[in-house]
Design a protein around this ligand. Structure first.
Ligand SMILES: [Fe+2]
Ligand SMILES: [Fe+2]
Length: 156
Protein backbone atom coordinates (compact mmCIF):
# COMPACT_ATOMS: atom_id res chain seq x y z
CA UNK A 1 0.00 0.00 0.00
CA UNK A 2 1.09 3.55 -0.78
CA UNK A 3 2.43 5.64 2.11
CA UNK A 4 -0.36 8.10 3.09
CA UNK A 5 1.96 11.08 2.45
CA UNK A 6 2.24 10.06 -1.20
CA UNK A 7 -1.45 9.39 -1.79
CA UNK A 8 -2.30 12.87 -3.16
CA UNK A 9 0.49 12.49 -5.74
CA UNK A 10 -0.68 8.97 -6.58
CA UNK A 11 -4.17 10.32 -7.05
CA UNK A 12 -2.87 12.66 -9.78
CA UNK A 13 -0.85 9.78 -11.23
CA UNK A 14 -3.99 7.68 -11.52
CA UNK A 15 -5.72 10.40 -13.56
CA UNK A 16 -2.54 11.00 -15.55
CA UNK A 17 -2.30 7.34 -16.58
CA UNK A 18 -5.90 7.31 -17.78
CA UNK A 19 -5.29 10.45 -19.82
CA UNK A 20 -2.03 9.05 -21.21
CA UNK A 21 -3.90 5.99 -22.45
CA UNK A 22 -6.59 8.16 -24.10
CA UNK A 23 -3.84 10.17 -25.82
CA UNK A 24 -2.17 7.10 -27.29
CA UNK A 25 -5.49 5.66 -28.44
CA UNK A 26 -6.51 8.98 -29.99
CA UNK A 27 -3.25 9.26 -31.86
CA UNK A 28 -3.71 5.72 -33.20
CA UNK A 29 -7.27 6.49 -34.35
CA UNK A 30 -8.91 4.18 -31.80
CA UNK A 31 -10.98 6.83 -30.06
CA UNK A 32 -13.93 8.92 -31.25
CA UNK A 33 -14.16 11.56 -32.53
CA UNK A 34 -11.52 10.45 -35.04
CA UNK A 35 -9.21 12.75 -36.93
CA UNK A 36 -8.41 16.39 -36.28
CA UNK A 37 -11.39 17.10 -34.01
CA UNK A 38 -10.47 14.29 -31.62
CA UNK A 39 -6.81 15.29 -31.61
CA UNK A 40 -7.74 18.86 -30.72
CA UNK A 41 -9.96 17.55 -27.92
CA UNK A 42 -7.13 15.45 -26.47
CA UNK A 43 -4.66 18.34 -26.84
CA UNK A 44 -7.03 20.58 -24.89
CA UNK A 45 -7.52 17.89 -22.26
CA UNK A 46 -3.75 17.60 -21.84
CA UNK A 47 -3.26 21.35 -21.54
CA UNK A 48 -6.14 21.61 -19.04
CA UNK A 49 -4.74 18.72 -16.97
CA UNK A 50 -1.32 20.33 -17.03
CA UNK A 51 -2.67 23.68 -15.80
CA UNK A 52 -5.10 22.28 -13.23
CA UNK A 53 -2.90 19.52 -11.81
CA UNK A 54 0.61 19.14 -13.13
CA UNK A 55 1.94 22.64 -12.45
CA UNK A 56 1.33 22.23 -8.70
CA UNK A 57 2.22 18.52 -8.84
CA UNK A 58 5.63 19.18 -10.40
CA UNK A 59 6.24 22.01 -7.93
CA UNK A 60 5.44 19.76 -4.97
CA UNK A 61 7.81 17.12 -6.31
CA UNK A 62 10.59 19.51 -7.24
CA UNK A 63 10.48 21.69 -4.11
CA UNK A 64 9.68 19.08 -1.46
CA UNK A 65 9.90 15.41 -2.48
CA UNK A 66 12.95 15.38 -4.77
CA UNK A 67 15.21 17.45 -2.47
CA UNK A 68 14.26 15.20 0.46
CA UNK A 69 15.06 12.07 -1.56
CA UNK A 70 18.37 13.51 -2.74
CA UNK A 71 19.40 13.89 0.92
CA UNK A 72 17.75 10.79 2.36
CA UNK A 73 18.76 8.38 -0.43
CA UNK A 74 22.10 9.40 -2.01
CA UNK A 75 21.77 6.60 -4.57
CA UNK A 76 18.65 8.24 -6.01
CA UNK A 77 20.47 11.14 -7.73
CA UNK A 78 20.45 9.64 -11.25
CA UNK A 79 16.78 8.72 -10.98
CA UNK A 80 15.89 12.22 -9.75
CA UNK A 81 17.81 13.85 -12.60
CA UNK A 82 15.96 11.68 -15.10
CA UNK A 83 12.59 12.58 -13.54
CA UNK A 84 13.47 16.29 -13.63
CA UNK A 85 14.40 15.98 -17.30
CA UNK A 86 11.01 14.40 -18.00
CA UNK A 87 9.22 17.26 -16.18
CA UNK A 88 11.09 19.68 -18.44
CA UNK A 89 10.13 17.73 -21.58
CA UNK A 90 6.48 17.70 -20.51
CA UNK A 91 6.56 21.45 -19.79
CA UNK A 92 8.04 22.12 -23.21
CA UNK A 93 5.30 20.12 -24.93
CA UNK A 94 2.50 22.37 -23.64
CA UNK A 95 3.04 25.37 -25.97
CA UNK A 96 3.27 22.94 -28.90
CA UNK A 97 -0.06 21.37 -27.94
CA UNK A 98 -1.58 24.85 -27.94
CA UNK A 99 -0.11 25.69 -31.36
CA UNK A 100 -1.57 22.46 -32.67
CA UNK A 101 0.51 21.31 -35.65
CA UNK A 102 1.62 17.69 -36.01
CA UNK A 103 -0.77 16.81 -33.21
CA UNK A 104 -1.04 13.04 -33.77
CA UNK A 105 2.65 12.36 -33.19
CA UNK A 106 2.91 14.97 -30.45
CA UNK A 107 -0.07 13.61 -28.53
CA UNK A 108 1.22 10.05 -28.85
CA UNK A 109 4.67 11.08 -27.62
CA UNK A 110 3.35 13.14 -24.71
CA UNK A 111 1.03 10.29 -23.66
CA UNK A 112 3.93 7.86 -23.84
CA UNK A 113 6.24 10.15 -21.88
CA UNK A 114 3.62 10.91 -19.23
CA UNK A 115 2.99 7.20 -18.69
CA UNK A 116 6.69 6.31 -18.47
CA UNK A 117 7.26 9.19 -16.05
CA UNK A 118 4.41 8.22 -13.76
CA UNK A 119 5.36 4.54 -13.71
CA UNK A 120 8.96 5.42 -12.87
CA UNK A 121 7.85 7.54 -9.94
CA UNK A 122 5.38 4.98 -8.67
CA UNK A 123 7.67 1.96 -9.08
CA UNK A 124 11.10 3.38 -8.33
CA UNK A 125 10.87 6.70 -6.50
CA UNK A 126 7.93 5.92 -4.25
CA UNK A 127 9.38 2.51 -3.38
CA UNK A 128 12.65 4.17 -2.33
CA UNK A 129 10.70 6.69 -0.26
CA UNK A 130 8.81 3.97 1.54
CA UNK A 131 11.98 1.97 2.18
CA UNK A 132 14.25 4.80 3.36
CA UNK A 133 12.29 7.73 4.81
CA UNK A 134 11.43 7.40 8.50
CA UNK A 135 7.89 7.85 9.73
CA UNK A 136 8.25 11.32 11.29
CA UNK A 137 9.97 12.74 8.23
CA UNK A 138 7.52 11.12 5.87
CA UNK A 139 4.63 12.67 7.76
CA UNK A 140 6.20 16.14 7.69
CA UNK A 141 6.82 15.83 3.96
CA UNK A 142 3.23 14.74 3.43
CA UNK A 143 1.96 17.92 5.07
CA UNK A 144 4.25 20.09 2.92
CA UNK A 145 3.21 18.31 -0.27
CA UNK A 146 -0.45 18.74 0.58
CA UNK A 147 0.04 22.44 1.19
CA UNK A 148 1.45 23.03 -2.29
CA UNK A 149 -1.04 20.71 -3.98
CA UNK A 150 -3.98 22.48 -2.33
CA UNK A 151 -2.77 25.98 -3.20
CA UNK A 152 -4.36 25.74 -6.62
CA UNK A 153 -7.73 25.46 -4.91
CA UNK A 154 -8.31 21.99 -6.26
CA UNK A 155 -9.44 18.95 -4.33
CA UNK A 156 -7.24 16.39 -2.65
FE1 LIG B 1 6.96 13.90 -11.62
FE1 LIG C 1 4.44 12.68 -10.09
Amino acid sequence: MRHPSLVPLSHDHHHGLALALRCRKQALGQLKPMGAAGLRERAKELVDFFNANLIAHFRAEEEILFPLMRTAVPGSAALLDELLGQHEQLRQAVPKLVTGSGLAKLIFDVGDLLERHIRKEERELFSLFEAHVDAARAEAVGAELKKILNEGGREG
